[in-house]
Design a protein around this ligand. Structure first.
Ligand SMILES: [Mg+2]
Ligand SMILES: [Zn+2]
Length: 174
């Protein structure tokens, strides 16, 4: 079984609610946060699979077409590839926030599905997010958790950026 790092997308890898972008509805609105691509490459170098797990309720609500979301994710993969990083898979929940599906975080469906399909040891894997629903999904899946941000959290660890989280990951996954 392999160890993995699951990353939330918005606010962990790319900007949202910043001066130049509100939500990412087109590939051109994708601005990686400083050091994010380098952090992914660093985690890959340690030998861990890296997955993105993102709630994209805008698809279900009709703000964003699934085809456009896939283009955004192709762009995300491309930007990270340029730095030498690689996502094994970018998983998303396209359902309406209130649909009650198993995949939308704080539920653990995306993580458990990826684990099954890619032979991942969830107990020796990490979920990184900037919202408590990410942390709850990680806890439900049985992962270790890292919260990015200053707010109070149930997460095992707290960091200010993905690069800082990567330093923690290197210590806790061996
Ligand atoms: Mg987020
Ligand atoms: Zn869903």
């Amino acid at each position: 079984m392999k160890k993995a790092v699951f990353l939330d997308r918005d606010g962990v890898l790319n900007e949202v609610l910043s001066d130049r972008v509100k939500f990412v509805n087109k590939p051109e609105q994708l601005y990686l946060l400083e050091g994010a691509a380098e952090a992914v490459a660093e985690i890959n170098k340690e030998g861990y699979e890296v997955f993105v797990v993102t709630n994209q309720g805008g698809v279900g609500l009709g703000f964003l077409k699934e085809k456009e979301l896939i283009k955004i994710h192709d762009r995300l993969q491309e930007l990270v590839n340029e730095i030498g990083g690689h996502f094994k898979e970018i998983a998303y929940c396209p359902h309406k926030p209130k649909a009650g599906c198993e995949c939308r975080k704080p539920n653990a469906g995306m993580l458990t599905d990826l684990a099954k399909r890619h032979d991942i040891d969830l107990r020796n894997s990490v979920m990184v997010g900037d919202h408590e629903r990410d942390i709850e999904a990680g806890i439900k899946a049985g992962c270790k958790t890292i919260f990015i941000g200053a707010e109070e959290t149930k997460a095992d660890f707290q960091a200010t950026s993905l690069m800082e989280a990567t330093e923690i990951i290197k210590k806790i996954l061996r």
